[in-house]
Design a protein around this ligand. Structure first.
Ligand code: AMP
Length: 230
Protein backbone atom coordinates (compact mmCIF):
# COMPACT_ATOMS: atom_id res chain seq x y z
CA UNK A 1 0.00 0.00 0.00
CA UNK A 2 1.42 3.37 -0.95
CA UNK A 3 1.97 6.54 1.12
CA UNK A 4 -1.23 8.17 2.38
CA UNK A 5 -3.94 5.86 1.03
CA UNK A 6 -6.73 4.74 3.32
CA UNK A 7 -6.15 1.02 3.88
CA UNK A 8 -8.49 -1.72 2.72
CA UNK A 9 -9.23 -3.69 5.88
CA UNK A 10 -9.47 -2.08 9.28
CA UNK A 11 -10.43 -3.10 12.83
CA UNK A 12 -11.62 -0.36 15.17
CA UNK A 13 -11.37 -0.84 18.95
CA UNK A 14 -12.74 1.33 21.69
CA UNK A 15 -14.55 0.93 24.97
CA UNK A 16 -18.35 1.16 24.85
CA UNK A 17 -19.05 4.89 24.53
CA UNK A 18 -15.78 5.73 22.78
CA UNK A 19 -17.64 6.88 19.67
CA UNK A 20 -16.11 4.14 17.54
CA UNK A 21 -19.40 3.22 15.88
CA UNK A 22 -20.12 6.79 14.71
CA UNK A 23 -16.56 6.92 13.45
CA UNK A 24 -16.93 3.59 11.65
CA UNK A 25 -20.15 4.78 10.01
CA UNK A 26 -18.44 7.94 8.74
CA UNK A 27 -15.45 5.97 7.46
CA UNK A 28 -17.87 3.64 5.71
CA UNK A 29 -19.66 6.51 3.99
CA UNK A 30 -16.55 8.48 3.04
CA UNK A 31 -14.25 5.63 2.09
CA UNK A 32 -16.60 2.86 0.98
CA UNK A 33 -15.97 0.37 3.79
CA UNK A 34 -18.40 -2.48 4.32
CA UNK A 35 -19.10 -2.45 8.07
CA UNK A 36 -18.96 -5.72 9.98
CA UNK A 37 -20.66 -4.88 13.28
CA UNK A 38 -21.09 -7.89 15.51
CA UNK A 39 -23.27 -5.98 18.02
CA UNK A 40 -25.70 -4.97 15.29
CA UNK A 41 -25.71 -8.44 13.74
CA UNK A 42 -26.41 -9.97 17.16
CA UNK A 43 -29.25 -7.57 17.91
CA UNK A 44 -30.81 -8.37 14.53
CA UNK A 45 -30.51 -12.11 15.23
CA UNK A 46 -32.24 -11.56 18.60
CA UNK A 47 -35.05 -9.57 16.94
CA UNK A 48 -35.54 -12.29 14.32
CA UNK A 49 -35.58 -14.90 17.08
CA UNK A 50 -33.57 -17.33 14.96
CA UNK A 51 -31.52 -20.18 16.41
CA UNK A 52 -28.43 -18.03 17.08
CA UNK A 53 -30.58 -15.12 18.29
CA UNK A 54 -32.22 -17.27 20.96
CA UNK A 55 -28.84 -18.48 22.23
CA UNK A 56 -27.30 -14.99 22.47
CA UNK A 57 -30.33 -13.03 23.69
CA UNK A 58 -29.53 -13.15 27.41
CA UNK A 59 -25.91 -12.01 26.90
CA UNK A 60 -26.76 -9.18 24.53
CA UNK A 61 -29.60 -7.79 26.64
CA UNK A 62 -27.51 -8.04 29.81
CA UNK A 63 -24.44 -6.42 28.24
CA UNK A 64 -22.29 -9.55 28.74
CA UNK A 65 -20.02 -10.92 26.04
CA UNK A 66 -21.43 -13.60 23.77
CA UNK A 67 -19.21 -16.74 23.90
CA UNK A 68 -16.44 -16.78 21.29
CA UNK A 69 -17.80 -19.92 19.57
CA UNK A 70 -21.11 -18.17 18.84
CA UNK A 71 -19.29 -15.11 17.48
CA UNK A 72 -17.39 -17.45 15.13
CA UNK A 73 -20.73 -18.94 14.04
CA UNK A 74 -22.17 -15.47 13.41
CA UNK A 75 -19.21 -14.42 11.28
CA UNK A 76 -19.22 -17.70 9.39
CA UNK A 77 -22.69 -16.87 8.09
CA UNK A 78 -21.86 -13.17 7.49
CA UNK A 79 -18.35 -13.03 6.09
CA UNK A 80 -18.10 -14.18 2.54
CA UNK A 81 -15.02 -13.74 0.40
CA UNK A 82 -14.32 -9.98 0.60
CA UNK A 83 -13.44 -9.72 -3.11
CA UNK A 84 -12.99 -6.00 -3.71
CA UNK A 85 -14.91 -5.01 -0.53
CA UNK A 86 -13.02 -2.97 2.02
CA UNK A 87 -13.94 -4.38 5.42
CA UNK A 88 -14.22 -2.40 8.63
CA UNK A 89 -14.72 -4.46 11.77
CA UNK A 90 -16.53 -2.62 14.55
CA UNK A 91 -16.89 -4.52 17.83
CA UNK A 92 -14.88 -7.58 16.82
CA UNK A 93 -12.50 -8.95 18.00
CA UNK A 94 -13.29 -8.28 21.64
CA UNK A 95 -11.35 -11.06 23.40
CA UNK A 96 -8.01 -12.74 22.93
CA UNK A 97 -9.93 -15.85 21.76
CA UNK A 98 -11.56 -13.80 19.01
CA UNK A 99 -8.14 -12.64 17.81
CA UNK A 100 -7.54 -16.24 16.74
CA UNK A 101 -10.97 -16.38 15.09
CA UNK A 102 -10.18 -13.27 13.02
CA UNK A 103 -6.81 -14.71 12.02
CA UNK A 104 -8.47 -17.91 10.86
CA UNK A 105 -10.94 -15.92 8.70
CA UNK A 106 -8.03 -13.92 7.23
CA UNK A 107 -6.36 -17.16 6.19
CA UNK A 108 -9.53 -18.82 4.92
CA UNK A 109 -10.88 -15.84 2.97
CA UNK A 110 -7.46 -14.54 1.95
CA UNK A 111 -7.47 -10.98 3.25
CA UNK A 112 -5.27 -9.12 5.71
CA UNK A 113 -6.09 -6.48 8.29
CA UNK A 114 -4.04 -3.40 7.31
CA UNK A 115 -4.80 -1.29 10.38
CA UNK A 116 -5.82 -1.82 13.99
CA UNK A 117 -7.25 1.46 15.21
CA UNK A 118 -7.82 2.15 18.91
CA UNK A 119 -10.08 5.06 19.89
CA UNK A 120 -8.81 5.83 23.38
CA UNK A 121 -11.14 7.36 25.99
CA UNK A 122 -11.32 7.12 29.79
CA UNK A 123 -13.86 5.01 31.67
CA UNK A 124 -15.49 8.14 33.16
CA UNK A 125 -15.81 9.94 29.82
CA UNK A 126 -17.29 6.81 28.23
CA UNK A 127 -20.00 6.49 30.88
CA UNK A 128 -20.96 10.16 30.47
CA UNK A 129 -21.26 9.78 26.73
CA UNK A 130 -23.29 6.59 26.75
CA UNK A 131 -26.13 8.20 28.62
CA UNK A 132 -26.64 10.49 25.57
CA UNK A 133 -26.53 7.79 22.95
CA UNK A 134 -29.53 7.15 20.68
CA UNK A 135 -29.87 4.59 17.89
CA UNK A 136 -32.15 4.04 14.93
CA UNK A 137 -34.11 0.81 15.45
CA UNK A 138 -34.49 0.37 11.68
CA UNK A 139 -31.06 1.02 10.13
CA UNK A 140 -28.79 0.88 13.20
CA UNK A 141 -27.35 4.41 12.77
CA UNK A 142 -25.90 5.74 16.04
CA UNK A 143 -26.24 9.34 17.24
CA UNK A 144 -25.37 11.31 20.35
CA UNK A 145 -27.60 14.07 21.63
CA UNK A 146 -24.57 16.35 22.16
CA UNK A 147 -21.62 15.06 20.12
CA UNK A 148 -23.28 13.75 16.99
CA UNK A 149 -26.95 14.80 16.90
CA UNK A 150 -29.33 13.97 14.05
CA UNK A 151 -30.50 16.87 11.86
CA UNK A 152 -33.92 16.76 13.56
CA UNK A 153 -34.16 15.96 17.29
CA UNK A 154 -34.98 12.30 17.90
CA UNK A 155 -35.31 11.40 14.19
CA UNK A 156 -32.95 9.26 12.10
CA UNK A 157 -31.31 11.19 9.23
CA UNK A 158 -31.32 8.09 7.02
CA UNK A 159 -34.89 6.84 7.21
CA UNK A 160 -36.97 9.15 9.46
CA UNK A 161 -37.48 6.54 12.23
CA UNK A 162 -37.82 7.69 15.85
CA UNK A 163 -34.53 7.17 17.68
CA UNK A 164 -34.42 5.04 20.84
CA UNK A 165 -32.08 4.44 23.77
CA UNK A 166 -30.73 0.90 23.80
CA UNK A 167 -31.66 -1.23 26.80
CA UNK A 168 -27.99 -2.00 27.38
CA UNK A 169 -27.28 1.73 27.77
CA UNK A 170 -28.88 1.77 31.25
CA UNK A 171 -26.48 2.85 34.05
CA UNK A 172 -25.90 -0.62 35.61
CA UNK A 173 -25.35 -2.26 32.25
CA UNK A 174 -23.07 0.61 31.13
CA UNK A 175 -20.82 0.07 34.18
CA UNK A 176 -20.81 -3.69 33.65
CA UNK A 177 -19.83 -3.26 29.99
CA UNK A 178 -16.95 -0.96 30.94
CA UNK A 179 -15.64 -3.58 33.37
CA UNK A 180 -15.94 -6.33 30.80
CA UNK A 181 -14.07 -4.17 28.28
CA UNK A 182 -11.25 -3.52 30.75
CA UNK A 183 -10.97 -7.22 31.57
CA UNK A 184 -10.70 -8.33 27.93
CA UNK A 185 -9.31 -5.46 25.90
CA UNK A 186 -6.13 -4.95 27.91
CA UNK A 187 -4.74 -8.34 26.94
CA UNK A 188 -6.01 -8.13 23.37
CA UNK A 189 -4.59 -4.66 22.69
CA UNK A 190 -1.26 -5.68 24.24
CA UNK A 191 -1.21 -8.60 21.81
CA UNK A 192 -1.69 -6.32 18.78
CA UNK A 193 0.82 -3.75 20.01
CA UNK A 194 3.38 -6.53 20.31
CA UNK A 195 2.53 -8.50 17.16
CA UNK A 196 1.52 -5.78 14.70
CA UNK A 197 3.23 -2.59 15.94
CA UNK A 198 3.42 -1.00 12.48
CA UNK A 199 -0.29 -1.52 11.87
CA UNK A 200 -1.54 -0.45 15.30
CA UNK A 201 -2.58 3.19 15.77
CA UNK A 202 -4.21 5.01 18.68
CA UNK A 203 -6.31 8.17 18.38
CA UNK A 204 -7.42 10.28 21.34
CA UNK A 205 -11.20 9.88 21.36
CA UNK A 206 -11.78 12.60 23.97
CA UNK A 207 -11.96 15.34 21.36
CA UNK A 208 -14.78 16.73 19.20
CA UNK A 209 -15.99 14.20 16.65
CA UNK A 210 -14.60 16.06 13.62
CA UNK A 211 -11.14 16.23 15.23
CA UNK A 212 -11.21 12.52 16.04
CA UNK A 213 -12.31 11.78 12.49
CA UNK A 214 -9.56 13.93 10.92
CA UNK A 215 -6.90 12.36 13.16
CA UNK A 216 -8.24 8.91 12.35
CA UNK A 217 -7.96 9.51 8.59
CA UNK A 218 -4.41 10.76 9.04
CA UNK A 219 -3.51 7.83 11.29
CA UNK A 220 -5.03 5.29 8.89
CA UNK A 221 -3.13 6.81 5.98
CA UNK A 222 0.22 6.54 7.70
CA UNK A 223 2.00 3.42 6.70
CA UNK A 224 4.88 2.10 8.69
CA UNK A 225 7.76 0.80 6.64
CA UNK A 226 9.17 -0.79 9.76
CA UNK A 227 6.88 -3.81 9.74
CA UNK A 228 7.18 -6.39 7.00
CA UNK A 229 4.19 -8.63 7.60
CA UNK A 230 3.07 -8.12 11.19
P1 AMP B 1 -22.03 -3.33 20.60
O1 AMP B 1 -23.15 -2.86 19.74
O2 AMP B 1 -20.78 -3.54 19.79
O3 AMP B 1 -21.80 -2.45 21.77
O4 AMP B 1 -22.44 -4.76 21.17
C1 AMP B 1 -23.64 -4.96 21.91
C2 AMP B 1 -23.59 -6.29 22.65
O5 AMP B 1 -23.45 -7.37 21.71
C3 AMP B 1 -22.40 -6.46 23.59
O6 AMP B 1 -22.65 -5.89 24.87
C4 AMP B 1 -22.29 -7.98 23.65
O7 AMP B 1 -23.30 -8.53 24.45
C5 AMP B 1 -22.57 -8.39 22.22
N1 AMP B 1 -21.36 -8.41 21.36
C6 AMP B 1 -21.09 -7.62 20.29
N2 AMP B 1 -19.93 -7.94 19.71
C7 AMP B 1 -19.42 -8.96 20.44
C8 AMP B 1 -18.23 -9.72 20.36
N3 AMP B 1 -17.31 -9.50 19.40
N4 AMP B 1 -18.02 -10.68 21.28
C9 AMP B 1 -18.94 -10.93 22.25
N5 AMP B 1 -20.08 -10.24 22.40
C10 AMP B 1 -20.34 -9.27 21.50
Amino acid sequence: MAGSEIPNHVVVFGRPGSGKSSLAARLGRDHGFVLIRTGELLRRAVERGDSLGRRVEECVKGGKLVPDALIAELLESTLKSPGSDRLLFDGFPRTIGQVAILESFERKLDFRIDRYLEIAISHAAAVARMSGRRVCPRCGATYHIVNSPPRTDGICDNDGSSLVQRRDDSYEVVELRQRIYDENATQMLAYYRAHAPGRFVTVNGEQPFETVYAETCRALGRWSDGEASG
